[in-house]
Ligand binder design. Structure first.
Ligand code: CMP
Length: 171
């Protein structure tokens, strides 16, 4: 009798602890987002990978996944499919497949917007001083980094480079 009560109490305590830890995890995740960053061929060949990553980390973003890849023309064209038909599309595909890139999943509070602030404007001549593009980009077409422009696009862009298993939540 006592043994059964003891087992039941033990199970109840285990369930309570399990649900409490789920609630805590949910609480910690509140407001957090994931976004895709790409360090482009110009910044990779100029050896700026470390400096760029350290800007993300010092602004509070965490790396949930990271890999260096060389896109072929089809890969670059598929990734930037929304820009098909624009005058800069062919050059963009040639440039993005010209050398290795570093794809990164960044995680944190309002990660999409925060990453865009850290990157600066698409055209480096218009980017705020101290942003990645202002400091490292040469031109609008060789602008050091890409970042998802919305939560919805991040959800499309992240799986282009990473499976679920390749992403580790840091919260
Ligand atoms: P990115 O944020 O990677 O998204 C699309 C890319 O197209 C952009 O950065 C630029 O590097 C590139 N691009 C080239 N020319 C233009 C242009 N005139 N307007 C916008 N993007 C351009």
């Amino acid at each position: 009798m006592f043994k059964k009560m003891f087992i039941c109490l033990g199970m109840l305590a285990a369930f309570t602890l399990f649900f409490a830890s789920c609630d805590k995890k949910k609480e910690e995740w509140k407001g957090k987002e994931r976004t895709l960053s790409i360090i482009k061929p110009d910044a990779v060949s100029a050896n700026h990978i470390g400096e760029i990553i350290s800007r993300f980390e010092s602004e509070g973003l965490r790396i949930a996944a990271l890999k260096m890849v060389k896109l072929d023309e089809k890969g670059a064209s598929d990734f930037y499919a929304v820009h098909k038909g624009k005058p800069f599309f062919a050059d963009l595909v040639t440039f993005m497949s010209s050398g290795p890139v570093v794809a990164i999943v960044l995680e944190g509070d309002n990660a999409v917007l925060l990453n865009r602030e850290i990157m600066g404007a698409t055209d480096p001549s218009k980017a705020t001083k101290g942003t990645i593009r202002s400091d490292f980009a040469k031109s609008i077409s060789q602008n050091a980094v890409h970042g998802s422009d919305s939560k919805e696009n991040a959800e499309i862009e992240i799986p282009f480079f990473f499976t679920e298993k390749e992403q580790q939540s840091r919260f």
